[in-house]
Design a protein around this ligand. Structure first.
Ligand code: NAD
Length: 363
């Protein structure tokens, strides 16, 4: 049983599926690792670091299990063979996903997005590990684009008030954004449509913005708002947003376009020099004026919607992702060091998206 690590080809993708330390752990368990030459370069990891860890440099597609970060291109799918296992982000919720093509090619594909969000699977939860990176980086980007300080400063030249930071949508990324903004000295406030989040928001030293809408859905996710609720929310947020220097939005509803939380009128009401960071750009954006992948200035407010923020921190993002994959592979390993997934295990049954009886994807 061998494991292959590909060199990513998606534009801007700098992460690698396995860092040398984690490759060494697999080799130590009797699982040989084959790494495509240059696979780690985006994360500044040379081939030699892999060979020193006990891996070999070669064709990752010759392995029994192929590991990757971003979804494969059509050309990369063409390199896979029937019976081979593939593990990576496969975007199963996207309308244009390649699950059908992978299934037709006989590939046994595991989408990390489909790993259930249950306590036992936390160590494999790549959505969370990468959302943590995105949440942290969103604040760093906001601080960079802001015309103002985050912390309160008392200096001989006068006192500067701390920045006020509002995070809309407090899942994993939002909670990390609140914690990071607090560490930078900002005065933080969080808002979500799931009332249970209030306690988590307060636990990271932020205030809870209560707009009186409860849209808790299934499995810990939010449901889509009704027309009426959406209008009520947009109006209430328009009033609230005026008072903030920085607004970071992370609101998502599984399988749906990103909810519109910040209207053009809300942006117009913000002070000149304020910043909106929209982490929902990949599904259309939470702000009406967002241009996914771009940073634009509208009404003297900078609106930035960076795509794939985890790829901009490839070292730690890859390290965390590698550990998620190691835990998933360990779940598939039998006592003889063979990779034999047991589909009675709910984690593996859910993660494998190409079985004959495909599971409903709960992401
Ligand atoms: P997500 O990325 O799907 O969404 C981000 C946030 O946006 C969510 O908190 C959601 O409630 C919020 N949101 C959606 N629509 C909104 C709207 N109209 N207005 C305001 N906010 C809105 O969330 P996530 O980070 O993937 O977390 C989803 C759930 O999974 C959470 O309950 C989280 O605690 C849970 N979780 C569990 C585990 C685990 O136990 N293994 C691990 C990670 C996350």
């Amino acid at each position: 049983m061998t494991v292959g690590v590909v060199r990513e080809t998606a534009p801007g993708e700098r992460r690698v599926a396995l860092v040398p330390k984690v490759a060494a752990a697999l080799v130590g368990k009797g699982v040989p690792v084959v790494v495509e030459s240059g696979a780690g370069l985006g994360a500044l990891i040379p081939d030699e670091a892999y060979t020193e860890a006990g891996a070999t440099i070669g064709d990752p597609y010759s392995a029994d299990v192929v590991l990757r970060v971003s979804p494969p291109s059509d050309e990369e799918i063409g390199k896979l063979r029937s019976g081979q296992k593939l593990i990576g982000f496969l975007a199963p919720r996207n309308a244009d996903n390649q699950i059908g093509t992978l299934r037709a090619a006989g590939v046994e594909a595991y989408a990390v997005e489909a790993i259930p969000r249950i306590s036992r699977a936390q160590v494999m939860d790549a959505l969370s590990s990468q959302a943590n990176v995105a949440g942290y980086k969103s604040v760093v980007v906001a601080a960079d684009l802001s015309t103002r300080f985050f912390p309160m400063l008392t200096t001989a030249a006068g006192t500067v008030k701390p920045a006020t930071v509002l995070v809309l949508g407090v899942g994993v990324a939002g909670l990390q954004a609140l914690a990071t903004a607090k560490r930078l000295g900002g005065r933080t406030t969080g808002y979500d449509v799931r009332p249970e989040v209030a306690e988590q928001v307060r636990s990271v030293g932020a205030q809870w913005l209560d707009l009186g809408i409860d849209a808790a859905g299934e499995g810990g996710y939010a449901r889509e708002l009704t027309e009426e609720e959406r209008a009520q929310q947009q109006q209430a947020l328009e009033d609230a947003i005026k008072g903030f220097d920085v607004v970071i939005t992370t609101a998502l509803v599984p399988g749906r376009p990103a909810p519109r939380l910040v209207t053009a009128a809300a942006v117009e009401g913000m002070k000149p020099g304020s910043v909106v960071i929209d982490l929902a750009g990949e599904t259309g954006g939470n702000c009406e004026l967002t241009e996914p992948g771009e940073t634009v200035v509208k009404h003297d407010v900078t609106i930035s919607a960076p795509l794939n923020l985890p790829a901009t921190m490839p070292e730690h993002a890859s390290e965390l992702y590698s550990k998620n994959l190691l835990a998933l592979i360990e779940l598939m390993l039998d006592e003889n060091g063979a990779i034999t997934p047991d589909f009675d295990d709910e984690v593996l049954a859910a993660a494998c998206v190409t079985r004959d009886t495909p599971q409903e994807v709960k992401v």
